[in-house]
Write a protein that binds this ligand. Structure first.
Ligand code: URA
Length: 237
């Protein structure tokens, strides 16, 4: 926390599962101390030098947030949509307005989505200049020939793009399943790449971005904070 903010907002931002309304209730009930004194005014401002306790436990200001989320099928990566739920619905309400997504997925794609409050970091993750490989498991409608696999590895021309796609890694698992790693993020890129060789993606799942791998234990629709080790890897690689 670099500037002062209202006590109810401070609690909603920094206590998991605390909404503004719950924070106000706790404050009014006298459960919150500021610098050792109970404070019953949700509008009171607290700054970096203030010590806040909730039920006698210290509440630390969380700096930037870095989350990995396992996106389920049917969720959109925009904040609101008329027909589908949003991945933002899957994170605590009080955190939503400050988070943005580093690399969106289509509504029918599943898997690893990164959310953060740190604009510089998300730029590093998504910018083609930083060359972070995005790894996908792809299920195809038609068997993929070795000739088409090679074309995709070398780069294909997509509709409405001037330059061919950058070299990609493609590992065939069986005739209709493969793993693809790309180092750029054009609109619907994976689907358009396979369409360019006359095939069709029927299932798409992202399992890694650079050094960050989706945990198999992270259930669909849930998220967790990145560890310090994972964050350090994204900076060094
Ligand atoms: N490429 C696609 O076509 N869709 C995604 O969701 C991600 C990459």
């Amino acid at each position: 926390m670099t500037k002062s903010i209202r006590l109810d907002r401070f609690l909603a931002n920094n206590v998991p599962d605390f909404s503004r309304a719950l924070a106000q209730r706790a404050i009014r009930k006298g459960w919150v101390d500021v610098n050792g004194q109970p404070c019953r005014d949700p509008k009171q401002h607290v700054g970096p030098d203030d010590e806040v306790h909730l039920d006698d436990a210290p509440v630390a200001a969380v700096g930037q947030r870095y989350l990995m989320l396992n996106k389920p099928l049917g969720y959109v990566c925009t904040r609101r949509d008329r027909h589908h739920p949003s991945v933002y619905d899957l994170v605590p309400e009080a955190w939503r307005e400050h988070l943005h997504i580093a690399g969106r997925l289509d509504v029918d794609t599943t898997g690893l989505v990164l959310l953060t409050t740190d604009g510089d970091w998300s730029h590093r993750i998504t910018s083609p200049n930083h060359e972070k490989a995005k790894r996908y498991r792809v299920t195809l409608a038609e068997p993929l020939s070795e000739a088409d696999a090679e074309t995709l590895r070398n780069g294909v021309n997509l509709n409405n793009e001037n330059a061919p796609t950058r070299p990609a890694e493609l590992t065939q698992i069986d005739p209709t399943h493969c793993e693809l790693a790309i180092r750029e993020g054009k609109y619907h890129q994976v689907k358009r790449m396979f369409a360019a060789v006359g095939n069709k993606v029927v299932e798409l799942h992202r399992h890694a971005i650079g050094p960050l791998h989706l945990n198999e234990e992270l259930a669909e629709g849930t998220f967790r904070a990145l560890s310090d080790e994972e964050l350090a890897l994204t900076v060094s690689q």
